[in-house]
Design a protein around this ligand. Structure first.
Ligand SMILES: O=P(O)(O)OC[C@@H](O)[C@@H](O)c1c[nH]c2ccccc12
Length: 267
């Protein structure tokens, strides 16, 4: 059966081949020389979690395969500023065009006005994309275990770490978690959404969170749609959360909700 993730990877392969032709790796590497140093993504999360508050990675995405249009006509720069005002620790910006309506232009526009560390959220299959992310000012990249072999995940992670970026290793089940724990990045995302079946269930974090050993850190991803869901996941020890849809969809009060989500459970 072809899954939604398979379809995305299929066009990513073509996309990357075209990009490499249009803009050779050497061009990107030249641009790296003038890029500013990465801002510590994992460190920004740690600083908030150390206060026992909730470290929020607030996400910008225009649409998604599971939700359809999220906020058509949204101004990602204005929303990113609201996230920053609300006290987000970091940002996540979808740059995939076909499925999520994002772009590196969006990424760059946000980068130039917001000082928070930024995750470039895309489907990484080739180190070219990692170098490209750094050239555009990314501080962290996503490595999705579900669509990569061990060798690919290792190569992507190694490339990002060498460039001084952090790496969020995304897992969805025990097998992926076991593979991710062998890689040299401490940031372990547990995606509550099954990217193959597009079903979201917070109990994924409750099941996998406790299996993450000391020295590695849990990031609970997807389906965190309310204060209640944060309170629920805090009980499993989660202090770092990646939140998109519920914040994007708000028409007002976005910064206030970010603040509430950041402090819930601490009083
Ligand atoms: O919008 P949500 O349910 O709050 O989820 C955010 C984020 O976790 C989700 O966008 C995501 C997690 N892993 C991904 C991988 C690819 C694309 C998207 C994602």
């Amino acid at each position: 059966m072809t899954t939604a993730l398979d379809r995305i990877i299929e066009y990513k392969v073509d996309e990357v081949a075209t990009l490499k032709r249009e803009r050779p790796l050497a061009d990107l590497e030249a641009r790296l020389k003038t890029a500013r140093q990465p801002r510590g993504f994992a460190k920004a999360l740690d600083l908030v979690a150390a206060r026992d508050e909730n470290a929020l990675i607030c996400e910008l995405k225009r649409k998604s395969p599971s939700a359809g249009d999220i906020l058509p006509g949204a101004d990602p720069v204005a929303i990113a500023q609201e996230y920053e005002h609300g006290g987000a620790a970091c940002l996540s910006v979808l740059t995939d065009g076909p499925s999520f309506g994002g772009s590196l232009d969006d990424f760059q526009a946000i980068r130039s006005v917001v000082s928070l560390p930024m995750l470039r959220k895309d489907f990484m299959i080739d180190p070219y994309q990692v170098v490209e992310s750094r050239a555009y000012g990314a501080d962290c990249v996503l490595v999705i275990m579900a669509c990569l072999s061990d060798a690919q995940a290792e190569e992507l992670t190694g490339t990002a770490l060498e460039l001084g970026m952090d790496v969020l290793l995304e897992t969805h089940d025990e097998e992926e978690l076991e593979r991710a724990l062998k890689l040299p990045s401490p940031l372990i995302g547990v995606n509550n959404r099954d990217l193959k079946r597009m079903v979201t269930d917070l109990s994924t974090t409750e099941r996998l969170g406790p299996l993450i050993p000391e020295g590695k850190v849990l990031v609970a991803e997807s389906g965190v749609s309310s204060i209640e869901s944060i309170d629920r996941l805090r009980k499993t020890g989660a202090r770092r959360f990646l939140i998109g849809e519920s914040l994007m969809k708000m028409e007002e009060g976005r910064a206030q909700l970010v603040t509430k989500m950041r402090v819930t459970g601490t009083d």
